[in-house]
Design a protein around this ligand. Sequence first.
Ligand code: RAT
Ligand code: ZN
Length: 424
Amino acid sequence: MAIRTKEQLRDFVHETVRTTPITDIHTHLFTEAFGDLLLWGIDELLTYHYLVAETLRFHPQLPYESFWAMSKREQADLVWQTLFIDHTPYSEACRGVLTVLCKLGLDVESRDLASYRAYFEVTPLNEHITNIFRLAGVTSACMTNDPFVDKEREAWVALAEVDPRFHTALRIDPLLNQWETTWSKLADWGYEVEEALTERSYAGIRRFLNDWIDRMNPLYMAVSLPPSFAFPEDSARGRIIANAIVPVARERDIPFAMMIGVKKRVNPALGDAGDSVGKADVTAVEAICALYPENKFLVTMLSRDNQHELAVAARKFRNLLVFGCWWFLNNPSLIEEITRMRFELLGTSVIPQHSDCRVLDQMLYKWDHSRSIIAKVLTDKYGDIMDTGWMPAETEIKRDVADLFGETFWRFLGKPNPARAVEA
Ligand code: RAT
Ligand code: ZN
């Protein structure tokens, strides 16, 4: 059926965006089998590093070490008191906690932290995972799987199978960003590598990647990169990308995801909350896409200043798929601006958002907040073409939203969306 009025359009787009199932292409969640690597519950929500950074701003006298020496519960108490009781929680990360509580049916108005804790204490985890995926309308979430984290590596060795609601992504930051210390780990694990990047070392790195790809079956390989990222480059990183990552990604037919623009530990005392952002050079993205047309690249950039150039680069290179409003960009004003610009330059050939959830329950807010902005922008875009007499059909709107929330990603991978098979 064709849409006839702007009012019908608005209602239909909002309803479609609200109900279309999502493939969440980048999270830091884990399956239950990974034990306490999967974070969930109110104390984890409150100690999310986005909120730690906000809290400590209000306590200039509190030594960082004293904060980290507190138990998780004490840290959560301090965050709650500081950001929710002593001040109004309208920052995006604070609002997120309120959205989660609201979606779980808890009494937000009561401000009763003890009752929120009581709720999570009696909730069985497996049931909770199912409930969160259902309430968030997410059919599958991609983990971030880092073989350089001891706990995770050990979990993989013992793992029988991966819960089908989760996909894997092989994350390799230390390999590319700290080769000078990482090579000896590979050597300890039996790979024939040395610090010098010789043919033997490249072969050892390729074997390492292939072994982990065999073990994890990842949808893609991923790295986060500094603003200074350049390519091609005569550096350990540049040479490993060219001689190991690119050939393995091509042979195994998986994309290489580059998350560019993070300035690591500008304040190391803050831990994960101490990373910052810097403007990077999109020339590196253009160069890698041009040099390796047979490879696929998923790219997100952290600086607002890079967004327009990155979208233009995607117009030039069909092996480049831009995704998400990452980290400091995951705020309503910036999501709206970036999504609008991307839809204008790229139509539906973009992945507008990923959640980056570190805590399971965050899926409820990250997607809820993004869905309403995406719906608003789409309504405007369809409205503009309706003014020419092009009346979008309901089936066309459903198709477009399904593309934005997963099908574009799965087509880029060259794999069927497993959730579709379940529906059919
Ligand atoms: O957004 C975040 O939680 C960051 O700390 C990072 O994990 C970032 O998303 C990344 O994947 O490096
Ligand atoms: Zn992330």
